[in-house]
Structures are given as C-alpha cells and as structure tokens.
Design a protein around this ligand. Sequence first.
Ligand code: NI
Length: 256
Amino acid sequence: MFVDTHAHLTDSAFDADRDDVIRFSKECLVNRIITSGFNIPSSKEAVNLANKNDGIFASVGVYPENIYEINDDFESEISLLTKNKKVIAMGEIGLQYTQDMPQKEAQIQAFIRQLELADKLNLPIVIHCREAYGDIVSLLKEHKNLLNCGGTMHCYGGSAEVAKELIKLGLFISVGGVSTFKNAQRLKDVLKELPLQRMLLETDCPYLAPQPYRGRRNSPAFIPTIAQNLADLKGATVDEVARITTQNAVEVFKLC
Ligand code: NI
C-alpha cells in the first residue's frame, strides 16, 4: 500500500473522470491520497473532495503565487476548514523566487504567518520551494519553535546538504516524478545520500508525470512507478519503499 502525499485532485484536468482516477489509483494500491490546496478556494474544494471519499485527505493553505488573496478573514477561514477531521496539514505554503512572483518580502511574511497558524492549529506543514532553498532553511531555523508538528518539503529539488538541514529540523523529503527523469542525475545522486526513513512519495498530479509517462497527465496511480525508481536508487525493494514511506506519511500526517 502506498500514500500519495501531494496531489491536486481538484484540478480541472480531472473534471471528466475524477472518480475513475481515484478508483483506479486504489486498484494500483495507492489507497490514501492527500489532495492539496494552493489558495482559499482550492483548499475548500480539497476539503469537499476529501469529505466525499474514503482515503482522501486535504491540506489547506496559500502558496506563493496566491498570497495577495490573504486578507483579514484568512486565519478564521483556514481555522474553520481545519475543524474538519479530513484536514491533516497546512500547505502548500512556501517561497518561489522565479519571475512574475510576488516580492520576496511579501512571500516571506505570508510564509511566516502560515507557519504561525499551522503551529496554533497543531498541523504539520507542506512546503513548496523553488529557487529559494537558502531562505527557506534560514527562516525555518529561525522559527524552529513553530515546527513541533513537523512537515514535508514537497517535490524536493535541492542539494543533499539542504536536505540534511531540513531533516535535522524534523522535516521529511518528498520524492516525486522528477526523480525519474533522464536528466535528473543530480537529484538521483542526492536521493542516494538520504535515508528512506525520512522520505515520502508524491505525484503533484496532474503535473510532473514520471518516466515513461512524462508529458502526460499525472495521476496517483503512477506512485508505484516513482517508488520502483526510488527502490532502484536505494538498492531496496519496492515493498520496502512502500512500507517505509507509508509509515512516514502516517507518522507525520497522523493518517488513519
Ligand atoms: Ni503542488
């Protein structure tokens, strides 16, 4: 049995066949899926989908591109959503220093505000990070007191050194389809250095389908493909990868 710890099942790419995708993923032994919000409306949709389906859980939060949606009602809206038992994390939240994104300072403020809220609500965090690993590590170190519930670095793409710092802070490293790409040798080398005991599996579907499905719509049903690739990198069996990463997901997200 596998857990897809980061999916976007509410994406319109699944509008035509969402129930079939969920059913087929379960047939592929991916029996628990965390569907992630990235702003307030998508967080509400994630909670609704989780409520309708056994084995689907929701994470709620506002990620860098959408931080201008954060207003005075934000804390109460998120707090209300988290009263639902299917909400198991705050995310995705984080920093993205690519073009056309909000100013760094505004991103940092929104990130800290959500770290504080996650701590207040006793939820682990799901971090989104692109081209901002230096700032993520220093902010997390500075706010270590807010990390009592742990969390994960979703779709990890940084160095082994940064990953080790994150692990020291109590976070898990989440491995997705990019780790299967032919041109991802650097990431493959990084994953070889890290312990399976601190790793999770994810798809980030509908984006980032693993080889040999690259470019197609991704789905939680591709988790076993990502797990097999990770097993090969680690010299482990796919059963070991399934068992350990599932245990990790249950531990950090308190899944039932
Ligand atoms: Ni995502």
